[in-house]
Design a protein around this ligand. Structure first.
Ligand code: BG6
Length: 497
């Protein structure tokens, strides 16, 4: 991996929350670690009239928790410049070009440019066109575009957006962020699968009974009521993060870890998801829920900027089926929601039970249970494996144990943040952990059909109390198949984390 790569970052939406919370701290971390050093500059742009000095104060504020050397901070923020900018006004791009060229010379940036669009997608097309028409996309260095979700709200709008971007950037220049792909343990799924014979040889429908994926949050919609009410959990979490996790679990071994090879396999995996089309298929396999109030929290319908009669889902549970040779017959159960009991993301891979259990199952406290490999994504990060062993002492009674490898607090704190990893990948020209257009396309194909049935033939929205793990129908979804959500109370001992 290169260190000290030269590049000019142009951030559209530089005054926004995302830039403040994620981008500036990530750039600072990269600076502290030497990945960017003398040869970088950042132009922040947005409508507000800010001076360079004011912008630099904002940068200092956003990284304040990471500063341990004032001189280092001063050097870092001296690379930041600000231009007030109306994205529709061509004259502004002339100014942007002038400054870009000056900074190119000043910092020896080799005409390398990264354009980060931290703003609403309706401007993406215009910005792309203007950058191209005004000669900001360089031919003699690299020019890359980073964009944030949402990438469309259905297949038609995503296709339109993609066509707009394709007028100015090639697919290999576009880096679509799904921040879950920057998480340590999501990146670790492939390592665990493909470098351990004991897992990869069992990674199929002969040995796996079901897979359960939970992305639960305790927060409500916070100050995003307007966005969320138009979007709902299916589009906000399932179309991107959940389906990306499934693609990594389902895909065949890629020929190499290159962006092309990995994403080719992920696209094939997403193509093999069974698309539910009829009302019966959708109603049977997907549950939508909405949180009601509890002693501690307001109901969704009382949240600011939410339509008080809204039937937008804040929770989704679903059974996803994969129609290919490896996975036919293995259900993937997913659930995600706001205002749930825990903030926790994990995957349980439940293996089949032994074909004949020799150990007692009556009049005993613990019986042999199927093995479960748990991939802990957050807040715990690591793996654990449920195994059975004989209880110490006389007799043949069972004891369920968990072998685990959980990152300790210090390792977690020192490991790079999702945005930091992704920014560095983009600097290095590595698209592996960004979503390819065909992945987005396949995901919408799957989601659109569910949305269509919900919009045209709405099943009742299932209410759940804030602070619970979702509506009872989510439990029934698994019970029908003879399973249950493996609720998760296990934690490593305090001294181990
Ligand atoms: C975002 C969603 O993509 O992911 C948010 O828009 C959600 O609604 C967030 O809260 C969850 O991310 P994380 O990393 O906190 O699990």
């Amino acid at each position: 991996m290169n260190t000290d790569i030269s590049a000019l970052f142009t951030i559209f939406g530089a005054t926004g929350d995302l830039a403040h919370r994620k981008l500036y701290p990530s750039l600072f971390r990269l600076f502290k670690k030497g990945f960017i050093n003398e040869n970088f500059a950042v132009i922040g742009t947005a409508r507000r009239e800010w001076s360079d000095d004011y912008f630099r104060d904002v940068i200092a504020d956003s990284v304040k928790d990471l500063v341990d050397d004032q001189e280092e901070l001063d050097r870092f923020k001296s690379h930041f410049y600000y231009i007030s900018h109306n994205v529709n006004d061509a004259a502004n791009y002339v100014e942007l070009k002038k400054l870009s060229e000056q900074l190119d010379d000043k910092y020896s940036l080799n005409h390398n440019r990264i354009f980060y669009l931290a703003m609403a997608p309706e401007f993406f097309g215009t910005i792309g066109d203007m950058l191209k028409q005004n000669g900001l996309i360089t031919q003699d260095g690299f020019s890359r575009l980073i964009i944030e979700k949402p990438f469309g709200s259905d297949l038609a709008s995503a296709t339109e957006l993609n066509e707009q971007l394709a007028r100015s950037f090639r697919e290999d220049q576009i880096y679509r962020i799904d921040h879950y792909l920057g998480k340590e343990m999501v990146q670790n799924i492939s390592a665990v699968r493909f470098s351990n014979m004991i897992f990869e040889s069992l990674w199929n429908n002969k040995y796996i009974e079901n897979i359960q994926i939970t992305l639960s949050e305790t927060v409500g919609v916070e100050d995003r009521g307007g966005y969320y009410d138009r979007t709902g959990a299916l589009r906000d979490m399932v179309q991107n993060h959940v389906l990306q996790i499934i693609a990594l679990l389902v895909m065949e071994p890629p020929m190499s870890l290159s962006g092309t090879d990995v994403r080719t396999e992920k696209i094939k995996a997403l193509r093999s998801l069974r698309v539910y089309k009829t009302k019966k298929e959708v109603w049977d396999n997907f549950i939508r829920g909405q949180y009601t109030h509890s002693a501690a929290h307001e109901a969704y319908l009382q949240e600011p900027n939410v339509n008080p009669e809204s039937d937008t889902e804040t929770f989704v549970a679903g059974k996803i089926q994969v129609d290919n040779f490896r996975w036919a017959g293995v259900p993937f159960y997913i659930r995600t929601g706001k205002r749930m009991a825990q903030k926790e993301t994990y995957i349980h891979v439940q293996f089949k039970h032994v074909s004949m259990n020799l150990f007692p199952s009556e009049d005993v406290e613990e019986v042999a249970e199927p093995n479960i490999l748990t991939i802990h994504i957050s807040p715990l990060e690591g793996f654990s494996l449920r195994l059975n062993t004989k209880r110490v002492g006389q007799g043949t009674e069972m004891k369920n144990i968990r072998m685990h490898q959980i990152l300790d607090k210090e390792t977690q704190a020192n490991s790079p943040e999702a945005y930091e990893r992704l920014l560095l990948d983009c600097l290095n020209g590595d698209p592996t952990n960004f979503t390819h257009w065909h992945e987005v396309e396949q995901s919408w194909r799957f989601i659109d059909q569910i949305r269509k049935v919900w919009d045209e033939q709405p099943d009742p929205i299932r209410l759940y109390e804030s602070g619970s793990m979702g509506p009872k129908e989510s439990y029934e979804l698994l019970e029908r198949d003879g399973y249950r959500w493996t609720e998760f109370n296990w934690k490593p001992k305090k001294e181990e984390i």
